[in-house]
Design a protein around this ligand. Sequence first.
Ligand SMILES: Nc1ncnc2c1ncn2[C@@H]1O[C@H](COP(=O)(O)OP(=O)(O)OP(=O)(O)O)[C@@H](O)[C@H]1O
Ligand SMILES: O=C(O)[C@H](O)CO
Length: 519
Amino acid sequence: MTRVLSLSRVPSLWRPLRAGFLSVRAMSLEERARVIFAAAVEGVQPDSVVRRSLERRGDELLVSGRSFSLQRNLHLVGFGKAVLGMAAEAEKIVGDHLVRGVVSVPHGIQETLRTHGKSQMLLGEGSRIAVMEGAKHNLPDSDAQRSAECIRELASALTEKDLLLVLISGGGSALLPAPAPPISLQEKQDVTRRLAAAGATIQELNTVRRSLSLLKGGGLARCAYPAQVVALILSDVIGDPLDLIASGPTVQSETHQEEVWAILDRYGLSASLPAAVKEVLQKTTPCSASPQPQEGANHVLNTIIGSNGIALECARRKSRELGFRPLVMSPGVCGDVRAVARLYGLLSRFACAPGKAPPPGLADQILQVGQDAGVQSWDLCRTMRVLEEAREEGWGATCVLAGGEPTVQLTGKGRGGRNQELAVRVGLELKEAGLKGAVFLSGGTDGQDGPTEAAGAVTNSDLAEEADQQGLDVAGFLGDNDSYTFLSRLSSGRRLLLPGLTGTNVMDVHVLLLPSPAQ
Ligand SMILES: Nc1ncnc2c1ncn2[C@@H]1O[C@H](COP(=O)(O)OP(=O)(O)OP(=O)(O)O)[C@@H](O)[C@H]1O
Ligand SMILES: O=C(O)[C@H](O)CO
């Protein structure tokens, strides 16, 4: 049974919430988890992040505390899955000074946004920004290469009087392919595909991509020099590393030959590389070389305007409004979904187990499993401390928030995604721990989890029993990576999270709602 939050035990800090609490009380924990997820996504919508980062004062543009003069000298380029909405908003703010723009966006995105009722993310008629679609299935193709060429031409023609606004979001690497000659697009595509299939991380993949490209790894900023470059970046990589998001086209970074070869060796690609790739790699800087002077580095301002951390902060505020004690554990959850599910199961036991103190040995187990789930030990210790305080002080309920990008080892042939699989696995963990009342949500902020129409799911400890009653073998579905089919059939799909395409992407958000421990 869902435990109702008890306001009488909540300290004075929470009293102002009392007024709005009646309607909140009418909401189930599951509904509240969904509202918290929606707030996370809302906080990183392309239009709102651009609005927050660009301030207009007459003919002056302020970004990250720096001022840029606007004199009909503004040019705009963009590449990534979320840049159409970012461009539409930027044009509203600085369109009167915009000379020309080009954005490279995923194949079919304009049609998809239109059919999802997201026309505010489309460019208006008479826009000075050309929209070029490409990179079908998130792979660099000749359409994306043409877009990259247009972007390169635009940037190369700029002078020191010009200001180039660069909009960057996840998916940008595939949408800006500019293979360094003599590498062909096909050869570059091949290397990328083989690395990804062998299990290379996005960090490894983009380190290699940077070394094979004219525009990645600061190449775009070099083309634009001596113009001033301002890049607004919506991060989809854990830790928000500027040089790796979309392979860092505006970030002056030096990739050393040895580093790239080590990655190619690790995944068994070194021996079978095309001659053109070897030729280009030979020209990259060896570790022993002294650092190259970076022409125009101080003409570039790179700023993160949206990230998983920002989404979690918005979720934190919303969960507080809904009466929870909020706790942001980490925006860096990664590793196999099994380890991540185990971690949430253990944390739930830690928070909810009856008695004055958590069972002995549990904290050590959390620290151990937490490592496999990519959560730093200080974040785990901080999380456990807050959960213990909640236990001691008798707080009503806690909302643990985290984000990142766990992985699933695909061994089956079913349909699913990492968020749905994680949610199902956490549901089973909660059942095993006998924790009634806790609720878990996992959702992809882009609204699409794997090749399914769902973003994720909301589960609790009743999941297994519900499945049993409906003749659904949850273990069998999990074994076949068939979480979407399972969740669609279970109670007519009521546990699925179906926000539709959101137009943004800052990885995944996890919401764990924990009732107060039984004393
Ligand atoms: N049947 C499945 N069950 C579980 N996970 C799956 C399944 N099929 C694909 N996946 C996982 O889905 C992920 C790809 O889906 P998705 O397009 O949502 O990824 P993404 O990393 O969010 O992409 P992007 O960051 O470019 O938006 C991969 O991690 C893959 O392992
Ligand atoms: O485009 C890319 O390289 C990935 O989405 C990471 O930013």
